[in-house]
Design a binder for this molecule. Sequence first.
Ligand code: AR6
Length: 231
Amino acid sequence: ASPILDNPNLESKEGESQEVAFDGSHASRVSLDDAPTLAFPSISTSDFQFNYEKAADIIVEKVAEFTAKLGNARLVLVDLTHKSKILSLVKAKASEKHIDTQKFLTHVGDITKLHSTGGLNCNVIANAANWRLKPGGGGVNAAIFNAAGPELESATKERAKSLSPGNAVVVPLPASSPLFVTEGVTHVIHVLGPNMNPQRPNCLNNDYEKGCKILQDAYASLFEGFASITR
Ligand code: AR6
C-alpha cells in the first residue's frame, strides 16, 4: 500500500521512484523507490533540554523495535549540522546494535528541505511540537509550520486541538501546501516530548524516570502513527 494513497487530499503519485545518494556517512547509494520514509528530528533534546545520552539510547531502542515491524518502510533521523551531538551518539549506538542501515539512516540537513536540497524523498516528516499544536516558538516546529504554510495549521486543527506529552497526531497535508508541492511531504506527524526546560510548560524538574518513559511513549506513538499511514 502506498502511504500517498492514504492521504485523502491527494491524487495518486504511484509509480514514482528515484535513486538517491545519502550524505557522506552512508557511502553507498540507497534506492528509495516507493518505500515510505519517515524523517524525524530528535524530540525534546534542544529547546526542551533533554539529556542527549539518554535520548540517544531511547531513539535506538525504539528504532530497533520498529524497523522490525515496518516492512519496506524507512526511518531517517535528521539534524541541522554535522556537529550534531545527538546524530553522532545515535549513529554510534545504532552501529553497536547492528541496526539495519537500509532501514535506518541519519541525515544532516533541514527537515523542511529534504528533497530540494538533500535529494531525499521522505513522504512523512515528524515535528517536535508544543502542546497547543501552534506555529512559532522556534526550533523545528517554527521551521515546519513556516514551510508548510497556513494549510498545516488548519489541517492540524481538524485533527486535534492539543497534545499531551508522549503522544503524536498524524496530519494529512493538503496538496496545496508548499511543503507538499516542493518536497513531496504528504503527512506531518506532530509529537510532544517530555520537557526539562523550566521556562516551558509541564517541566519535569529533572525527573528522568518520568521523562524517559514519556520519551519512549513519544517515539512509540510517532512510529505507530507512521505505520498506520503505510498500512
Ligand atoms: N531541520 C532539522 N532539524 C531541526 C530543525 C530543522 N529545520 N530545526 C531544529 N532541528 P527543538 P524540542 C533540530 O528545539 O527540544 C519548539 O519551540 C534541533 O537541532 O525544535 O522538542 C516547540 O514549539 C534538535 O535536534 O524541539 C516546543 O515548544 C531537534 O530538532 C519546543 O520547541 C529538536 O529541537 C520543543 O522542544
